[in-house]
Design a protein around this ligand. Structure first.
Ligand SMILES: NC(=O)c1ccc[n+]([C@@H]2O[C@H](COP(=O)([O-])OP(=O)(O)OC[C@H]3O[C@@H](n4cnc5c(N)ncnc54)[C@H](OP(=O)(O)O)[C@@H]3O)[C@@H](O)[C@H]2O)c1
Length: 232
């Protein structure tokens, strides 16, 4: 069994890679930092005796998306699970954020998922029980101050998920939109909250793992999970 995780070296992606490797899935992951990706993939292979691929790829660039996807297809015939997780958060209200924020986040948060899914869909169908997770956000259905263009891109990613679900119904590929609230990760470094105020990335990873174990006749279409004390 293979899981492909974009942005798999930190935060939710990293926790997901560990959870699935512990359960004997092969892991293919990428990040912009090539050293981080290859070192982490080698660690997972050594610790859990699974096959791994860790590749440097900037998924805001279409040629890098295709290079990563093709490297996966060269190494494995079937993809069981695809987690479109890579994403960046550039804060700011839309009238004040620098020019280019929307484009950069569209490329990273939406187009990466679109292009990689198109490339890997054949190998997901091959398994007869493929699963796609799109890492959306509470910001996919709720606008909030300073969310700006990030929220626009996450609304779009939820839209992509719904379209995928409709198009793949009856084709043995499940589609799940994951909408977490604040989850501790590198992107929260320096935030003025105690770590305990946020969810742990491991909880999101566990939910993905449990969801992926459901019988082929059932799909979880949407997951909303928040810190117990509410949004930040
Ligand atoms: N943490 C939260 O509170 C939260 C809440 C809701 C939704 N989410 C979503 O969950 C996902 C993961 O968030 P996170 O907080 O775990 O993020 P994170 O800790 O910042 O990690 C992001 C991961 O993605 C990689 N990455 C970033 N840009 C990339 C690019 N252009 N190409 C390839 N890899 C890239 C990073 O590695 P490099 O830096 O080396 O590229 C890293 O491995 C994101 O889509 C985020 O929007 C997060």
């Amino acid at each position: 069994m293979l899981i492909v995780i974009t942005g798999g070296t930190k935060g939710i992606g990293r926790a997901t890679a560990i959870k699935f490797a512990q359960n004997k899935y092969d892991i293919a992951l990428c990040s912009r930092n090539a050293d981080d990706a290859s070192t982490f993939a080698a660690e997972l292979a050594a610790l859990y005796s699974v096959k791994t691929l860790g590749m440097g790829a900037d998924l805001s660039i279409k040629s890098d998306i295709l290079a990563f996807g093709n490297a996966v297809l060269q190494k494995w015939e079937n993809v069981d699970i695809l987690v479109n997780n890579a994403g960046i958060f550039l804060a700011g209200p839309i009238f004040e954020e620098p020019d280019g924020h929307l484009e950069k986040m569209m490329e990273t948060n939406l187009y990466s998922a679109y292009h990689l899914t198109r490339l890997l869909i054949g190998s997901l169908k091959n398994t007869g029980n493929g699963q796609i997770f799109n890492m959306c956000s509470i910001a996919s259905f709720m606008a909030y101050p300073n969310g700006g263009s990030y929220s626009i891109t996450k609304f779009a990613l939820l839209g992509f998920s719904k379209v995928l679900r409709a198009e793949l119904m009856g084709q043995n590929v499940k589609v799940t939109a994951v909408m977490p609230g604040a989850t501790w990760s590198a992107s929260w470094d320096g935030a003025p909250f105690p770590e305990e105020r946020l969810m742990r990335a491991e909880e999101i990873a566990s939910i993905l793992f449990d969801t992926a174990q459901l019988h082929p006749t059932a799909v979880v279409e949407e997951i909303i999970i928040r810190p117990l004390l509410g949004d930040l």
